[in-house]
Ligand binder design. Structure first.
Ligand SMILES: [Zn+2]
Length: 266
């Protein structure tokens, strides 16, 4: 499954009815926009216009920055109208983006970790034995002379270990149940930048072990998704019917992942 982490890129649907537009804008490529009267607590953002051979106009959101990709021939007023008619969308997305930035996982004492759909506080604990335990609202990382770097390594080991205990037997078990276990050549656990899982035509299943931070229902959905690709190598209707026959809530889980996955990457 391709990663759905679309937080830095989003396409706006142009609205048909533009608002009246002010005239006379700076000549430079970077057009600072007045967001006066905005409802959301945002720092002013700048809007960068990028021209290329494309045919349509599209908006992309970066932290505190809006990029408008436009065709070479688009007029200045066309671009302005497009941005203005999408102003509400821009505000909302910038707000979402700044919230997501704040929610990013930082492994440090006192930091927050979103584990099994609960926000826990990270606590470092001195001890010879390396271990991780959850106690109430605390995610305790125990180790000797812990630093954030060492703690991060420990969390990685913890998740890889959990992934090999949980994902490997379940993926094989499900493939066996579906009669396609023989198609599996390898199951890899990798932290990849852009994907939760992957399945090749050669029968290599790959899972991102960061998924072990998610609730088990989400992990099971990911396992199911990739194993079903052993039968249908596409995202056709037949594929989704098969997924739904095993994991009927898949749509809900995909939605949950879209909402929360930015909190898992570190
Ligand atoms: Zn897929």
């Amino acid at each position: 499954m391709a990663n759905t982490r679309a937080k830095t890129k989003a396409k706006a649907k142009p609205k048909p009815k533009p608002k009246p537009k002010p005239k006379a804008k700076p000549k430079a490529k970077i057009v600072p926009l007045n967001i006066g009267g905005g409802k959301l607590p945002l720092a002013p953002y700048s809007c960068e216009v990028q021209r290329s051979k494309r045919k349509t106009l599209a908006l992309y959101i970066k932290p505190e920055k809006v990029i408008v990709k436009v065709p070479y021939q688009a007029s200045r007023s066309e671009v302005e109208e497009f941005v203005q008619s999408n102003e509400d969308w821009i505000h909302n997305r910038l707000h979402e983006e700044s919230q997501r930035q704040q929610e990013m996982l930082r492994i440090e004492s006192g930091g927050k970790i979103f584990y099994r759909a609960r926000e826990l506080t990270i606590a470092f604990k001195e001890g010879r034995k390396r271990r991780i335990l959850v106690n109430g609202d605390q995610f305790i990382i125990q180790g000797h002379k812990l630093t954030p770097a060492k703690a991060q390594e420990q969390v990685e080991d913890f998740l890889i270990d959990k992934a090999s205990q949980y994902i490997l037997p379940r993926a094989r078990g499900l493939a066996h149940h579906l009669g396609v276990e023989h198609k599996i050549t390898e199951i890899k656990l990798r932290k990849t930048k852009s994907k939760w899982g992957h399945c090749t035509s050669a029968g290599v299943l790959q899972y991102n072990w960061l998924i072990m931070l998610a609730p088990y229902s989400i992990i099971d959905y990911m396992i199911t998704h990739e194993v079903c690709h052993l039968i249908h190598m596409d995202h056709s209707k037949r594929f989704w019917q098969l997924v739904d026959s095993i994991c009927p809530q898949s749509e809900q889980y995909i939605h949950w992942l879209k909402e929360h996955e930015h909190r898992f990457w570190f």
